[in-house]
Design a protein around this ligand. Structure first.
Ligand SMILES: NC(=O)C1=CN([C@@H]2O[C@H](COP(=O)(O)OP(=O)(O)OC[C@H]3O[C@@H](n4cnc5c(N)ncnc54)[C@H](OP(=O)(O)O)[C@@H]3O)[C@@H](O)[C@H]2O)C=CC1
Ligand SMILES: O=C(O)[C@@H]1CCC=N1
Length: 271
């Protein structure tokens, strides 16, 4: 499977995370190429992962067996239309798109009835602790197996049966690293006010988050049960957690996740 040539169109944050995951999982760097409209990120990728790079999207598409569309949703139509014009044979190749919000129907309007997987990875893929949601369209079992192989190094893959579930994955795993970073940022700020240095505060908060996530992954206990283990009757944790509860944490989280889903749905209509 490592024989397939994979070209990324767009070499930003998410492309970098997936490329890192692939290379670290053993995918041959000589079978990966990144195309970008400007040079700096390409130079970094070539230096860090030894992959080929180009400023020419069509050349990358011509070279590839699998084309990964990794530009922002707002750029996608222009990028696809230019590919079809400059590398028309790409229509017969396998496509993977990382873009949030854009349904299969949009790509079919821009590129024809292509073989496509909508993939929704997240940034912890960079350290092989990501989650990637995958939804296939017009793909053979081999093509699905290849895409699964491609994303194995990101951490965990989850195949979806219905396209709308991609928007749910966005809320649960695609966007959610930012929720955790926001929470950790807030904790760091308070820790600094308490007198810890920025470096100490960041390290302590991140280590605690890692420990809590690792415990949850290694335990059969629910999040609520793990929380109860920390919460002594009449103790400090109870006061802290009650403050979250009394200020509507659960409702706020549900609202935030729904806002991500609503935005993905709105993007589909606006592009
Ligand atoms: N960031 C995330 O956590 C996640 C992002 N996604 C999706 O991944 C996609 C990329 O997002 P992200 O990596 O964050 O965005 P970035 O802005 O980091 O990357 C986009 C890249 O596309 C390049 N680009 C723009 N136009 C063109 C063009 N015409 N031809 C070639 N390259 C071009 C940009 O080049 P330049 O360097 O010149 O600006 C940039 O490097 C989006 O569709 C997003 O929805 C999905 C899951 C998670
Ligand atoms: O914010 C976004 O739209 C992208 C998709 C999921 C994470 N980042």
């Amino acid at each position: 499977m490592n024989d397939n040539r994979v070209a990324f169109i767009g070499a930003g944050n998410m492309a970098r995370c997936v490329i890192a995951a692939m290379v670290k999982a053993g995918y041959p760097a000589e079978n990966i190429m990144a195309a970008n409209r400007s040079q700096p990120k390409l130079t970094e990728l070539a230096k860090d992962y030894g992959i080929a790079t180009t400023l020419d999207n069509a050349a990358a598409a011509d070279w590839a067996d699998v084309i990964v569309l990794a530009v922002k949703p707002q750029m996608m139509q222009d990028v696809c239309s230019a590919l079809l014009e400059q590398a028309p044979q790409c229509q017969d190749k396998m496509f993977v798109t990382l873009a949030a919000g854009l349904p299969v129907a949009h790509y079919e309007n821009w590129l024809g009835n292509i073989k496509l997987v909508r993939a929704m990875p997240n940034t912890p893929s960079l350290v092989a602790l990501g989650v990637t949601g995958l939804f296939p369209s017009r793909c053979s079992n081999y093509e699905k197996a290849f895409v699964d192989h491609m994303f194995q190094g990101t951490g965990m893959t989850v195949w979806l049966n219905e396209e709308h579930e991609i928007n749910h994955i966005i809320a649960v795993t695609g966007s959610s690293p930012a929720y955790f970073f926001y929470f950790m940022q807030s904790m760091q700020q308070k820790a600094e006010q308490l007198g810890f240095s920025a470096e100490q505060a960041k390290a302590m908060v991140a280590q605690t988050a890692l420990g809590a996530a690792t415990m949850a992954l290694q335990s059969d206990l629910s999040f609520a049960q793990l929380r109860a283990q920390v919460t002594s009757k009449g103790g400090t944790t109870h006061e802290a957690v009650s403050t979250f509860a009394n200020n509507g944490l659960e409702e706020m989280v549900a609202k935030a996740m729904q806002a991500a889903i609503d935005r993905a749905q709105a993007m589909a209509k606006s592009i």
